[in-house]
Design a protein around this ligand. Structure first.
Ligand SMILES: [Zn+2]
Length: 420
């Protein structure tokens, strides 16, 4: 909806929201993308719906990869016109509200959505397409929520049967969530789903069938339930070599500046979502290569002859992905256990650190000693360093991979900002 067509209350709320965001930025309190939206929603609780009207919207949700996939999808949909997006990862309704208010009128929007808020944001934004990436435990204290989250997603899709779903065929919980049965008697059809294969390195949250409770079996990339018909659907979009196969069988080379097979999977997802808006993959692939870093992740910084690359790993599944992305080079691991990280570090025992054997491994962070015990048990030799500068002095010139959890990542980014 353009400003002119908005109800007065929404207009005021939208304008106050933009002003508050600008004030917050001016006061040095972050980028203002949350506070502005929060104030706007206080004035007009329907502001997100008003700002969404008239835009073709894609929502991107899941435990991991949503910030990167949102960036890649915005780049791909950008082929068609201007795209509003919450690129700072402010992924709750206040962040969406602020992003749309700030962008002004755009024909398209691609929004990253915290998995807990998907139902609410579906309701408010009435998107054209929703991308479901994966579901796994976020931190140990939230592990029980994984199955519940799949249930909430499924229930939300039953209420929005017109939305086109783009979902990961490799994650049993996502497949189950994306395929609620229709009810012809009540005129409810099952959702239209396009499947992509982005792989799933982490299986520990999907050994039990969400439909019937039987065991899920795996062989290669296939998986199936031993007690009911739930099984891996045939994907329409597949990562193959250094590119992506589209549903017509055409292969597109994808040259990303982001590392690892995980990001090729994110690129396949972005192409699949963009295709739902009518973007041809052949037109979109070159735009994926312009994405360099995402909120500081994958950023590369040169200092004292070292090329430092930052990888964020916030939960067990994303640690496995980070090991996959990292080059075979000296690696600094940093772990904190402050509030946003989860206070308990016993999740370290869910992660197999064996892929680091043979690399020079350095450790730091508030909870470096927890990490030390874990690496010792895993037979990975390491060296403890107190500061990031100590780490730099301890490795030879060349690549230094840095893998850190949330607040440790922020600490290292701040330290790098100071020195450069
Ligand atoms: Zn089953």
């Amino acid at each position: 909806m353009t400003d002119a067509k908005m109800p007065l209350r929404a207009k005021v709320a939208s304008s106050v929201s933009r002003t508050a965001a600008a004030l917050s930025r001016a006061a040095g309190r972050g980028d203002g993308s949350v506070i502005g939206g929060w104030i706007g929603l206080k004035i007009d609780p329907d502001l997100l719906a008003h700002l969404s009207a008239g835009r073709a919207i894609a929502l991107v949700s899941g435990t991991n990869g949503k910030t990167t996939t949102t960036r890649l999808t915005s780049a791909a949909v950008g082929v068609l016109g201007r795209v509003a997006t919450n690129s700072f990862g402010a992924n709750m309704p206040s962040g969406h509200t602020s992003a749309l208010a700030k962008a002004g009128s755009t024909p398209y929007a691609v929004l990253e959505v915290d998995e807990h808020y998907l139902a609410q944001v579906l309701e408010a934004t009435e998107p054209h397409v929703v991308a479901l990436l994966n579901l796994s435990r976020d931190q140990l204290d939230r592990a029980k929520e994984v199955a519940m989250m799949a249930q909430l997603w499924r229930a939300a899709l039953v209420r929005h049967t017109d939305v086109r779903v783009v979902a990961n065929a490799d994650d049993p919980l996502v497949v189950w969530a994306a395929t609620p049965p229709g009810d012809p008697a009540r005129g409810i059809k099952p959702p239209h789903v396009t499947w992509f294969s982005a792989g799933q390195r982490w299986h520990d949250d999907s050994w039990v069938c969400p439909e019937c409770g039987s065991t899920i079996q795996r062989s290669g990339e296939q998986w199936w339930c031993t007690g009911c018909p739930l099984r891996r659907p045939e994907p329409h979009w597949v990562v193959e070599d250094e590119g992506v196969l589209d549903p017509t069988g055409a292969w597109h080379k994808v040259s990303l500046q982001l590392p690892g097979k995980v990001n090729l999977g994110n690129a396949a997802t972005a192409l699949a979502v963009a295709a739902e808006f009518g973007v041809r993959p052949v037109d979109a692939v070159s735009r994926l290569g312009i994405v360099t870093s995402v909120a500081g992740r994958y950023a590369q910084v040169d200092k004292d002859g070292r090329n430092i690359r930052l990888l964020l790993a916030k939960n067990p599944a994303s640690w496995l992905e980070a090991f996959d992305m990292a080059d075979d080079a000296p690696t600094l691991l940093s772990i904190n256990a402050r509030d946003p990280d989860g206070l308990d570090t016993s999740w370290l025992y869910d992660v197999d650190f064996a892929p680091l054997r043979g690399r020079q491994v350095l450790i730091t962070g508030d909870r470096a000693y927890d990490l030390a015990v874990r690496l010792d048990v895993n037979d990975v030799p390491f060296q403890h360093v107190r500061t990031f500068d100590d780490a730099l002095r301890s490795v030879p010139p060349g690549r230094l991979e840095v893998i850190a959890n949330y607040t440790a990542f922020q600490d290292i980014r701040a330290e790098l900002d100071r020195v450069i």
